[in-house]
Design a protein around this ligand. Structure first.
Ligand code: S3P
Length: 179
């Protein structure tokens, strides 16, 4: 696998509320890369919100759309890809991303995630009586997948700017080694 990798892009994976979109936009600005969000792409293709897709078609249908979008990204160049929180756990998604992107996982504890997302309403998976328990359960189930990323960055004690600098550093390092 490693020998066939061509790292042209950066893919951010990780749980909801770890800052993938804000970090991704800043990295794209700095590198003059295109920014792409897999959830936005899914919504524009489906012509409806993620919440409506979950409600009307179910999570399994959403995961299929997600996997199709991930597979198409292999054609991208100079792109920073922010992915939905469940992408890393989808069969084949990480392998696919790794072919063309440095895969960076943004990490935070369940408590920190809850603190960041509690005011937001657009995440169907957290519409639960006990959202913090749901975050703990999903994070534990996904942890082995997230840990397969090339770089794992704890965002709890770092500002967005510091996380961006770390990702840029890792990207430049790996690209200079590939030359
Ligand atoms: C999901 C995370 C969401 C979105 C969907 C499912 C998940 O994306 O893809 O609600 O399974 O964790 P964000 O991580 O951008 O919130």
């Amino acid at each position: 696998m490693a020998s066939t990798r061509q790292i042209r892009n950066i893919a951010l994976v990780g749980f909801m509320g770890t800052g993938k979109s804000s970090v991704g936009r800043m990295i794209a600005d700095q590198l003059h890369f295109t920014f792409l969000d897999t959830d936005d792409l899914i919504e524009s293709r489906a012509g409806k919100s993620i919440t409506a897709i979950f409600a009307e078609e179910g999570e399994a249908a959403f995961r299929k759309m997600e996997a199709a979008v991930i597979a198409e990204l292999a054609a991208r160049k100079r792109t920073v890809i922010s992915t939905g929180g469940g992408v890393a756990a989808g069969p084949g998604n990480l392998d696919s991303l790794r072919e063309h992107a440095l895969v960076v996982c943004l990490w935070a504890s369940p408590e920190k995630i809850w603190e960041r997302v509690r005011g937001q309403t657009h995440r169907p998976l957290l519409r639960e009586a006990d959202p913090l328990a749901k975050i703990r359960e999903l994070l534990a189930a996904r942890e082995p997948h997230y840990k397969q990323a090339d770089v794992l960055l704890n965002t709890e004690l770092r500002s967005v700017r510091e996380v961006v600098q770390q990702v840029l550093h890792q990207f430049k390092l790996i690209r200079s080694k590939a030359r």
